[in-house]
Design a protein around this ligand. Structure first.
Ligand SMILES: [Zn+2]
Length: 277
């Protein structure tokens, strides 16, 4: 039994068919996924279309046994009242059932003061937060110095890493170019991800998308060790978002040589603990 902490319901890209609730639920049944988190997208850099928080809250309220609600706000909204507005908007989403924030996929730096106003509200509200780093969205240095500063500044936020700019830091030889792609050369041990996981207990990651799958399989021996030693911070996830999508995470996770503890924690235990389900 699995929890998938990163999917999308609605229309994300103009090049793909939209994901309907029915297609998502049937796919979850077919893959023994108990519950999933349909993440809203509300920044212009996120996708081709908006997936509003309100739609996702309504979907989760309709299927409380299958879907777990997250909310999102673009930090460039509410310019007049800033921080105060974010605290009140996000607080009202929490009252409507949201247990996390994201997907943060905004075309400004990871440590931008505008995003920090959001992290501050999430810190107050004790909300975990999913973020997407690449060379356009939530930008950072290859060694993730912006992320590290945020992990330190907002200790009550569980930061859940995702996307190429995060996962390419699995290898010590990461370059700026890697952050926007899917490097598949063997991993050079001593990468920033292992260092950040051991230094900050508020760092998590989801296994979603080609980025996580490539990072973990580009050097499978290393990838399995990474899953085992960081198993208390990793959560099974796919980023399933259109009906014809191939999802490599099922085979990858099944093939990994893991302890029973690690398999249970990554498959659903960590998500249950973090999201209170
Ligand atoms: Zn996503």
């Amino acid at each position: 039994m699995l929890i998938d902490t990163h999917v999308h319901v609605g229309r994300v890209w103009d090049t793909y068919e939209p994901m309907t609730p029915k297609i998502m639920l049937d796919w979850m049944d077919a893959h023994e996924i108990d519950m999933a988190v349909p993440l809203p997208l509300e920044s212009p850099e996120s996708a081709s279309y908006y997936i509003p928080t309100g739609d996702m809250l309504a979907l989760c309220a309709e299927h409380p046994d299958r879907f777990i609600a997250f909310c999102v706000v673009d930090p460039r909204m509410s310019v007049a009242r800033g921080r105060e507005s974010f605290r009140s908007i996000i607080g009202s989403y929490v009252d409507q059932g949201a247990v996390g924030f994201g997907e943060v996929k905004v075309g400004i730096p990871m440590a931008d003061p505008r995003l920090q106003a959001i992290y501050e509200a999430c810190d107050d509200l004790r909300l975990p937060l999913v973020f997407h780093i690449d060379n356009v969205r939530c930008t950072d240095t290859p060694t993730l110095d912006g992320l590290e500063a945020m992990l330190r500044a907002y200790p009550n936020v569980k930061f859940i890493g995702h996307a190429p700019g995060f996962w390419s830091a699995i290898s010590a030889d990461v370059t700026k170019e890697d952050m926007g792609g899917y490097p598949n050369r063997p991993v050079v041990p001593g990468g920033r991800l292992d260092a950040l996981f051991s230094a900050y207990d508020n760092l998590y990651a989801d296994l979603s998308a080609g980025s996580a799958n490539t990072a973990l399989t580009r050097d499978w021996e290393f990838g399995q060790g990474f899953l085992e030693r960081n198993h208390q911070r990793l959560m099974f996830a796919t980023d399933y978002l259109h009906p014809a999508q191939e999802v490599p995470q099922f085979d990858m996770f099944a093939a990994a040589d893991l302890s029973a503890d690690a398999r249970a924690a990554i498959g659903s235990g960590n998500a249950r603990r973090l999201l209170g389900v």
